[in-house]
Write a protein that binds this ligand. Structure first.
Ligand code: AP5
Length: 211
């Protein structure tokens, strides 16, 4: 199964992707995670990406398309994948269509006021990347990852001013993809305002029907 997850920042793409990985045994490809890994490693690509990410802007298309093309060529993607955070612009969607076909696009819809609260209370593990939420999914010990004992941190782009900019960027550059994929007959929509598990229980039958 080849799936794209669409949704505003904080809509829960990463959280749904984790459940989909377990259920369908296909890898999650998060361009945000790939870029944060490059940033943490201090590679030239990572340092360039950091400027855009910290400002709530999109990293240039050619950079992200190159990363995704490389990742999709890996053997673990041959049986399918979940694209989390890609494509985010029409040129990215067009480039993806030249790389591979897609089975379904799942758009996760959540009200903006819910999302701001989610993002300011998100904490991520420095070491393994596990994502927590101080309100809906807190770690057992404050500041410490349950899985690996790593330190939890607030992402640089999860500060309120940057979140607002990320929303503007989403509305201007990414939301048009919903219509793009609807026109292609690939779009599925799920309300994502309830818990992670409730959202997945609504998404799963839609996805199962496409297998
Ligand atoms: P990226 O990392 O992709 O960020 P994003 O799209 O803004 O999405 P998030 O990771 O913030 O949220 P999410 O929807 O995955 O939600 P999550 O499940 O974590 O991208 C970061 C930056 O990289 C971009 O701004 C851009 O600069 C660059 N970039 C990335 N891809 C790019 C591309 N293709 N082109 C150009 N630039 C690109 O959930 C959020 C929080 O809410 C968590 O704490 C979670 O525990 C909680 N939560 C989730 N679901 C629920 C729920 N149902 N109920 C309660 N809490 C919930």
């Amino acid at each position: 199964m080849k799936i794209i997850l669409l949704g505003a920042p904080g809509a829960g793409k990463g959280s749904q992707a984790k459940l989909m990985v377990d259920t369908y045994q296909i890898p999650q490809i998060s361009t945000g995670d790939l870029l944060r890994t490059a940033k943490a490693a201090g590679t030239p690509l990572g340092l360039e990406a950091q400027r855009y990410m910290d400002a709530g802007l999109l990293v240039p298309d050619e950079v992200v398309i190159g990363l995704v093309r490389e990742r999709l060529a890996q053997p673990d993607c041959q049986g399918g994948f979940i694209l989390d955070g890609f494509p985010r612009t029409l040129p990215q969607a067009e480039a993806l269509a030249r790389i591979t076909d897609i089975d379904r696009v799942l758009s996760i819809e959540v009200a903006p006021e819910v999302i701001i609260g989610r993002l300011t209370s998100r904490r991520s593990c420095q070491k393994c990347g596990q994502v927590y939420n101080l309100v809906s999914y807190p770690p057992r010990t404050a500041g410490v990852c349950d899985s690996c004992g790593g330190e939890l941190y607030l992402r640089d782009d999860d500060r309120e001013e940057t979140i607002r900019k990320r929303f503007e960027t989403y509305e201007a550059q990414t939301r048009p993809l919903i219509q793009h994929y609807r026109d292609q007959g690939l779009l599925l929509t799920v309300q994502g305002g309830d818990t992670v598990e409730e959202t997945f229980s609504r998404a799963r039958p839609l996805l199962d029907a496409c297998r």
